[in-house]
Write a new protein. Structure first.
Length: 556
């Protein structure tokens, strides 16, 4: 009996180091058995597979799969894994199997079968879940495993692990068998015939979220949240206009990347929280992302620390103390690089360690002596540092301000390199120079931003959004938002905060508070740039507004 509703079907997933057995090996493999009447897999197993000696896993594969040598320490050799798999396949004839991209996994499984059981019949009769989905849902924007599972109501994370993929495949099989039954496909043999027919032409993309839903949203600032059918939160975003921003996700120009289409394939509902201003929407977005950790928010969902560095910019700590007095910083690379530039300007020899730190790489990948010397000589000449009589710190700060005022340094794209070894091979004079300039500007910016955020964390802010007649005020204490509301011109000024010692203000910062004030700073800059007004009132009667504040915000 090969009734799909009762048939045990084997599921497989492989994570590999390359696209085919010719260009890669299996890194991890998982399998299990699906019964259509239930959404979970049975007898599920997964194993890291031992790599051939000397094979290095690329950074991209590590990011996708979560692989590192420590987690994969109990890896089994491929032949041992194949023997475990074959021990479960006791039937004499090939067993039914369902694999999401069957062509991919089958190439590696057939390679193993040919190496470990030459001359034996291949033990699987596999169908492709992706091919089934293309026929059942031809107009979905994406039919990848994560997109299809999410569309059907199963949550799957971004990290590609075989055990999670096997469970997602079991859920998909559970759902698709019911849809196949409605189309008269009820047996394994009928499924094979159905798949052999030409697939339907793809029509216009059909998103699960009805267009009427997002077109009915208010034309007002706020935060929106995309969720799956099972309630999983997918994405949190801010908007100056909820209606326009959410509708923008579904325009042809926006919904083009694979990641965007994958997310939108899963969105069944959008929930909104209107706010009084776009600035308040940005602050709420940051808090919501940190608190709820939506799957597709990557930029603001940072688990990192804040850092503090020594006066010489050559040592770092996660907490301020007598030796680490400058911060908070989101990372240390650019500031430590600035410390290396300072040492070099003072005449320190360009050792491999100092060259590496100046261009923000590990020592083993430092630029060579000759190329660095040429780039360094050009850097000194271009920025007036070669014959500077002023202290090194002051000379470098002057050069950084010149770079900033001239808009000479944008966020330039660097040539892509597969790994650090490839990066080292790409060093030339121009590229070293770009890294030196970036360290010069970004290092000073991060230090200036640290000083600014320590002041902003205890302040009052009065602002008017561009085109708005209403004025809003917010008060911050210890980098926390304590009040926000309307501000009338005839009201007295916000009371100035008490002045806490610098070390105490620094010690308050964690990554959440840092990102909160960084977001606020970005929004204040936007308001001024677009024609609004901002006044920041800090301790000891210090007030920033107008052109002076605009210049300060450009620096930080």
């Amino acid at each position: 009996m090969d009734e799909l509703s009762e048939l045990p079907v084997w599921l497989f997933d492989c994570q590999t180091t390359g696209a085919s057995p010719t260009h890669g090996v299996v890194l991890e493999i998982g399998w299990g058995v699906a019964l259509a009447r239930q959404p979970e897999a049975e007898r599920a197993e997964s194993y890291w597979v031992a790599l051939p000696p000397g094979l290095r896993v690329s950074q991209r594969v590590r990011q996708l799969t979560g692989f590192d040598e420590r987690s994969a320490a109990p890896a089994l050799d491929a032949e041992h894994v194949w023997a475990r798999l074959r021990a479960g396949l006791t039937a004499a004839a090939p067993v039914p199997a369902a694999i999401h991209f069957a062509k991919f996994e089958l190439a590696f499984l057939r390679d193993w079968a040919g190496r470990f059981e030459p001359g034996q019949q291949f033990p699987l009769d596999a169908v492709c879940l992706h091919a089934i989905a293309e026929r059942l849902h031809p107009d979905l924007p994406r039919q990848s495993l994560r997109a299809l599972a999410g569309y059907l109501g199963h949550g799957l994370g971004l990290t590609r692990r075989c055990s999670a993929h096997v469970e997602a495949s079991a859920f998909i099989w559970h759902k698709l068998v019911g849809e196949l039954r409605e189309r008269g496909v009820q047996t394994w043999a009928e499924l094979g015939l159905w798949l052999s027919a030409p697939k339907p032409a793809r029509g216009r993309r059909r998103f699960p979220l009805p267009s009427a839903r997002y077109r009915s949203l208010p034309d007002a600032p706020g935060v929106y949240r995309f969720s799956r059918a099972n309630g999983d939160l997918l994405y949190v975003g801010k908007a100056a206009s909820l209606k326009k921003r959410v509708s923008g996700h579904y325009t042809a120009g926006a919904a083009t990347t694979a990641r965007a289409l994958e997310m939108l394939t899963q969105v069944h509902e959008v929930m909104v929280t209107p706010t009084a201003t776009a600035l308040e929407a940005a602050l709420l977005e940051n808090e919501e992302i940190k608190r709820q950790r939506p799957l597709y928010n990557l930029q603001l969902m940072n688990d990192g620390h804040v850092w503090f560095v020594s006066p010489g910019l050559d040592a770092a700590s996660r907490a301020p103390d007598a030796q680490h007095v400058r911060g908070p910083l989101p990372s240390t690379s650019a500031v430590l690089a600035l410390g290396a530039l300072t040492a070099l300007v003072r005449g320190a020899p360009a050792t491999a360690a100092l060259r590496a730190r100046a261009v923000e790489v590990r020592e083993r990948w430092a630029p060579g002596e000759q190329v660095f010397e040429e780039a360094w000589s050009r850097f000194l000449a271009e920025h007036g540092l070669g014959a500077a009589v002023e202290p090194a710190e002051r000379a470098l700060r002057r050069a950084a301000r010149t770079l900033l005022s001239a808009d000479a340094l944008a966020e330039r794209e660097e040539p892509a390199a597969a790994d650090d070894a490839g990066r080292a091979a790409l060093w030339d004079v121009d590229r070293v120079g770009r890294h030196l300039e970036r360290a010069l500007l970004q290092g000073h910016r991060l230090l200036a931003r640290a000083r600014w955020l320590c002041l902003l964390g205890d302040s009052g802010v009065v602002f008017r959004e561009p085109g708005s007649a209403s004025v809003r005020a917010l008060a911050l204490r210890a980098a926390e938002l304590v009040t926000v509301g309307d501000f009338a011109p005839d009201e007295p000024p916000l009371p100035p905060p008490a002045r806490a010692p610098l070390r105490e203000r620094q010690a308050r910062f964690d990554r959440l508070r840092y990102d909160r004030l960084r977001t606020l700073t970005t929004e204040l800059d936007r308001i001024l740039r677009d024609g609004g007004t901002v006044e920041v009132r800090a301790a000891r009667g210090r007030v920033w507004s107008g052109a002076a504040l605009r210049q300060l915000l450009r620096w930080v």
